[in-house]
Design a protein around this ligand. Structure first.
Ligand code: GUN
Length: 324
């Protein structure tokens, strides 16, 4: 069993290039919400908290459990520590989780999703001690979040709220429309926006005429995993667009359709064999008041929020010690 200490000190890579999101003939008025910068800010704060805890002899520990070879999970886990077992059963995993729950040096447990089909995901997520549930997936934490009590909140939606707050964008009284109702993003994002006093609409695959709702959104959160689903006609000019989608494009014609005349994207496709696009069409970004780019937007926040949750879990479990 590997155990990870939180890393103090980060190298921030990558830049946001405004020209990638706007045709050169368009006016560049939309503000780019740079997730990499915001994540660096949060990581620096978390690192300071870790140093304060370490001065008291506490090193927050996080365990990431990866099972099998689900490609999406392997990609996601690359920057985390992994514990891998090819043919582990639900019962064996339950025993592993019980062991991690009991270990004092483990503050956070993350079971990387999706799990292979042969294990019972729901049962395993419920077996994680709510106090160590740094993903916020346990029903106890979902319930705490729903009732507005302090909770370990899912990392991606928590990152979205951090982006909005740290960018000083209003939430209270705004109409927030969330596309997608997953337990990982859509539902908790809706709940957190509601807790922050937005008026919230959740749209999903069975919603009739999604554009009718999105066109009224002051804040639009797209988390449905469909490349460029939200088109320019679907957004209110000046809206805040939060793009949670990470979709890989491999086809040159498709890349040209999303990024017409964008030599940098074409070069990236030639170099890497793919380029990323979110759930929001780049042409919609040009109309927005502010938007999160893909890559370099919401995705950059998720690991920062995981570190944040791990430190919060460490502090809460040790009776609030280590407060700066
Ligand atoms: N797979 C994709 N996103 C997530 C996440 O936030 N947490 C976990 N555990 N698995 C994921």
């Amino acid at each position: 069993m590997d155990r990870a200490s939180l890393v103090i000190g980060y190298r921030v890579r990558g830049k946001c290039d405004r020209s990638r999101y706007h045709g050169s003939e368009m006016k560049n008025t939309a503000r780019i919400l740079n997730g990499i910068e915001i994540a660096a800010e949060i990581k620096a704060e978390v690192a300071a908290e870790v140093r304060a805890l370490q001065a008291e002899g506490i090193t927050p520990g996080l365990v990431v459990v990866l099972v099998g070879h689900v490609a999406a999970s392997e990609i996601y886990v690359r920057s985390k520590v992994k514990t891998s077992a090819e043919s582990i059963t639900t019962d064996e995993m339950l025993a592993l989780i019980a062991d991690l729950n009991a270990r004092d040096e483990v503050d956070g447990i993350l079971i990387q999703l999706p799990l292979p089909g042969h294990v019972d995901t729901r049962r395993l997520l419920e077996a994680v001690s709510p106090e160590k549930d740094v993903d916020g997936f346990h029903p106890i934490n979902a319930g705490r979040l729903q009732s507005g009590r302090p909770a370990l909140a899912p990392c991606t939606p928590a990152g979205i709220l951090e982006i909005l707050r740290r960018s000083k964008l209003p939430i209270a009284g705004q109409h927030a429309v969330v596309l997608g109702r997953s337990d990982i993003v859509g539902k908790p994002a809706a709940m957190m926006l509601l807790n922050a006093h937005a008026t919230v609409t959740v749209c999903h695959s069975k919603t009739v005429d999604i554009g009718r709702y999105t066109r009224d959104a002051d804040i639009l959160v797209a988390a449905i995993g469909r490349p460029g689903f939200v088109t320019a006609e679907m957004v209110k000019p000046g809206a805040t667009l939060i793009d949670v989608g990470i979709n890989r494009l491999t086809d040159a014609a498709e890349v040209e359709r999303f990024f017409p005349g964008d030599a940098e994207r074409a070069a990236q496709l030639a170099r890497r064999g793919s380029t990323l696009v979110g759930d929001i069409h780049p042409a919609a970004f040009a109309l927005s008041g502010a938007f999160t780019p893909v890559p370099g937007g919401v995705g950059a926040l998720t690991i920062a929020m995981l570190m944040h949750n791990t430190v919060q879990a460490a502090k809460a479990r040790r009776g609030g010690r280590g407060k700066a």
